[in-house]
Design a protein around this ligand. Structure first.
Ligand code: AHR
Length: 495
């Protein structure tokens, strides 16, 4: 099979923010996963787990979304500042009615972002909050001068402003964020965005888009935002959520269920195309970025775990979902401005699972480590004729194209990522470059395992990144052997 990389046709720059993450006050994501407190025996930096920080630094997290999720529309930021002992204890309404101690608040989140080198993205509270509360939060975080709120920030330990750029106006406001109609949410957006002042750095306001590919939400929201009076320039990003769900369970699935889930995952491509086409109608200059600020697998609750905590195991199949999705996002780099997998630690499609003082890096983690080289590259078009597999579903037969990929160009290097989701098929692959370039060298990395249900534990790391052989055979050609159920990263240096 031949794959053609076209260097003459660039899609756009792959924003590092596409490699973004999300952490919510949910289950053991924050408490136990990121935050253990200063007095913990688990090594920590001012309460934040050292092992998690070190692992996340290696995948180059560009941006972190916090504090939710559904939690965001119940969260009052003033609860999470000042001396920890005096912070109120609240009930975490959405996630198990557990006690939220507010030990991890704005300062702790910013410290966490600084430690891993990520930009903070704060999701504001529309459901139970007010425009004043959001405006005050922005002032507290970003105001350089001497207001009561900025002085309070200084008193709480941060002389310099946090310069938070990304601010979400609510989360899933069609659901847990208030069950608004798109028209009512658009009115709220107008009101909230009016008072979301910029202090210092230009801020980016993100509107709540649909759950899945709900085109009615998008159409009605944009109609109401644009008439009467055009408030569209108050929107910098428009955020959809897409969970591909499950097939079978997290760790038990048949070959058909493997394909069923991957087919649901690649629906992301249709979602992006449909949503961007509709957005183009209202925003023909394409000033608003499409954002996917929650995405990933969502398996059935793991036996023996609190079902409200959304803890799940993560196999080679989840890695395949991550790779297919990141390739889709790269291929839509001219419209997608940010994407945040849900969620970084211990919740849904995690990169890291913690077990007291130990951590496990999941197969999804290794996809992020492999793919980070795409960040900031110029996305290129690929051409190939993918094989197709047929598989059974509850409603009959379906099919899936089993070869997928994306490529980017940066610093005289092409980075090509490919997935072969076929569970059995192997092939010889020739990659040819189309453009005025010559290949200097190539290196190859692979993520795979003989068992398609393989996952990592504290005892054994089965799914990780390995080297594999790839040869330069001509000025513009390389060859390698494609294995079944495998994910590839090829770095091709150019003369
Ligand atoms: O990520 C878990 C939940 O999924 C989030 O809180 C919510 O936004 C979504 O429904």
């Amino acid at each position: 099979m031949e794959i053609l990389v076209n260097l003459k046709d660039e899609i756009g720059v792959i924003r590092p923010e596409i490699y973004g993450h999300f952490c919510e006050h949910l289950g053991e994501c924050i408490y136990g996963g990121i935050w253990v407190g200063e007095n913990s025996k688990i090594p920590n930096i001012a309460g934040i787990r050292k092992d998690v920080v070190e692992a996340l630094k290696r995948v180059k997290v560009s941006v972190f979304r916090w504090p939710g999720g559904c939690f965001a529309d119940c969260y009052h930021w003033q609860d999470g500042i000042g001396p920890k002992k005096e912070r109120p204890k609240r009930v975490n309404y959405h996630w198990g009615k557990v006690i939220e101690t507010n030990e991890f608040g704005t300062h702790e989140f910013i410290q966490f972002c600084k430690l891993i080198g990520a930009s903070p993205y704060i999701c504001g509270n529309v459901g139970t909050g007010s425009p004043k509360e959001l405006r005050d939060w922005i002032e507290y975080c970003n105001f350089e001068g001497e207001s009561t709120l900025s002085l309070l920030r200084k008193q709480n330990g941060s002389e310099s402003p946090f310069n938070v750029k990304y601010w979400g106006i609510g989360n899933e406001n069609w659901g847990c964020g208030g069950h608004f109609t798109p028209e009512d949410y658009a009115s709220e957006y107008r009101r909230f965005s009016t008072f979301a002042f910029e202090f210092g750095q230009k801020i980016s306001l993100i509107a709540c888009g649909p759950g899945g590919n709900d085109l009615q939400w998008t159409e009605k929201f944009f109609k109401k935002i644009t008439e009467p009076g055009n408030y569209i320039n108050r929107i910098n990003g428009y955020a959809c959520h897409y969970y591909c769900g499950t097939a079978g369970t997290a760790t038990e699935y048949s070959t058909d269920e493997w394909y069923q889930l991957l087919k649901k995952a690649i629906y992301m491509e249709k979602l992006i195309q449909d949503q961007r086409n509709l957005m183009d109608y209202f925003d023909p200059e394409r000033k608003i970025e499409l954002i996917i600020d929650e995405w990933g697998t969502w398996h059935r609750p793991a036996p023996g775990r609190n079902p409200s905590f959304l803890w799940q195991q993560n196999t080679l199949r989840d890695a395949m979902v991550a790779a297919l999705t990141l390739d889709i996002l790269n291929r839509n780099a001219d419209k997608v401005g940010m994407a945040n997998i849900a969620q970084t630690v211990n919740v849904l499609q995690s990169l890291i699972l913690t077990f007291e003082d130990k951590i496990v890096l999941t197969p999804t983690y290794y996809v992020y480590q492999l793919y980070q080289k795409h960040q900031g590259g110029r996305s290129l078009k690929l051409f190939f004729d993918s094989p197709t597999v047929q598989f059974k579903t509850d409603n009959g037969m379906d099919s899936l194209r089993t070869l997928s990929g994306s490529a980017s160009l940066k610093d005289k290097k092409i980075f090509l990522t490919l997935t072969n989701s076929h569970t059995e098929m192997e092939d010889e692959i020739k990659v040819s470059l189309h453009g005025e370039v010559k290949i200097k060298g190539v290196s190859g990395k692979i993520i795979t395992h003989p068992d398609f249900k393989a996952y990592n534990t504290t005892e054994e790391e089965k799914v990780k990144i390995d080297d594999f052989e790839v040869k330069v055979v001509a000025d513009k050609e390389i060859i390698f052997h494609l294995l079944p159920k495998s994910i590839y990263g090829l770095e091709i240096s150019l003369r």
